[in-house]
Write a protein that binds this ligand. Structure first.
Ligand code: MLT
Length: 325
């Protein structure tokens, strides 16, 4: 029996610490071959992944020795939580360790769109000096609509307040008397009202059955003409073809997408639009966030292997392996 298999590119002090105590196999590209992963995982007690490894019921069910999966990140859409719970396998994630980085990228997207920074950069590097072409808009006094007011949505709104933006939030799970709303001087509104009133809409939603394709043509048609749209959460929440149509028609002023409906995406028309900013799912990719995420996930995996409860379990903190067939 072996200890820990890491199927994505996860490195740092946390992994070094694990390596000093356990047998660790770091295979950064293994997520690309589900069959090879399933084959190798059979002998391991722990698996550590980011968001690219599909941790399916089939994978978990075939790994008789597995007692813990560490998810280096916060989104759980790639992990079959229900099956893991039934099988007695602990899933440990790293809530909040990368929230600041994600919020900072959302703000970066908003500023970049408002001032057309990437387009101006490309144009200027071609030898041009087109000042009139790049007349942007101020954020000051504008309204930011936060769709999904969890920790990252909250941190994004806090930062936008420093620019003098007014905040509207939509979150069906947030109570209107939640203290975060008064902290943000924000109004909790329905999605339609948010879309009608916001100059910038920023999505901070998990990928669930409820949020799949939530941002679609009906939503885009309700937004203010020329409004900006940012998604740094999950690609599945946006109907990409509808977004493309809204951008091409000029209904929306621009979009910033860090996440896509399939990753990596096929190159298409979104890639050709000058008012679209695309990044490769890097919201959590800062040195600081990665250090925190790696340390947190490795510590929890070590705890479970040592017979202790996980600190950040998604469901059960201790394994119950007898449920595995
Ligand atoms: C997350 O879910 O934490 C982020 O999307 C980053 C990641 O999955 O690697």
């Amino acid at each position: 029996m072996s200890d820990i298999l890491i199927s994505e590119n996860i490195r740092g002090a946390g992994v070094d610490a694990l390596q000093s105590r356990f047998d660790v196999s770091l295979q950064p590209d293994l997520w690309k071959s589900p069959r090879a992963l399933a084959q190798q995982l059979k002998g391991y007690r722990a698996l550590i992944v980011r968001n690219q490894t599909p941790v399916t019921a089939e994978l978990l069910g075939g790994a008789a020795e597995l007692i813990v999966v560490g998810r280096a990140g916060v989104g759980l859409d790639n992990v079959d939580i229900k099956f893991a719970e039934e099988a007695g396998i602990v899933i440990a994630s790293t809530p909040d360790q990368n929230s600041i980085s994600a919020a900072e990228l959302a703000i970066g997207m908003i500023l970049s769109l408002a001032r057309m920074i990437p387009a101006a950069d490309r144009d200027t590097k071609q030898g041009n000096w087109n000042r009139q072409k790049f007349v942007g808009v101020e954020l000051y006094g504008k309204t930011l609509g936060i769709v999904g007011a969890g920790r990252i949505g909250y941190l994004t709104a806090r930062r936008a307040m420093a620019f003098g933006m007014k905040i509207l939030t939509y979150d069906p799970y947030l109570s209107p008397d939640n203290v975060l709303l008064s902290d943000l001087q924000a109004k909790l509104v329905g999605l339609d009202e948010l879309l009608r009133r916001a100059d910038v809409v920023s999505c901070h939603l998990p990928a669930t059955r409820e949020t799949a394709g939530l941002m679609n043509s009906a939503c885009f048609s309700k937004m203010k003409p020329g409004a900006l749209f940012v998604n740094t959460s999950r690609g599945a929440v946006v109907a990409e073809a509808d977004l493309l149509a809204a951008l091409k028609s000029g209904a929306l002023g621009g979009a910033g997408l860090d996440v896509r409906s399939s990753e990596p995406p096929a190159v298409g028309e979104l890639e050709t639009l000058p008012n679209v900013i695309l990044t490769p799912h890097i919201a959590a990719f800062t040195r600081e966030a990665q250090e925190r995420v790696t340390r947190a996930v490795c510590e929890d995996v070590a705890r479970v292997l040592d017979g202790k409860p996980a600190i950040n379990p998604v469901a059960s903190a201790m394994p119950r392996k007898q449920a595995v067939k």
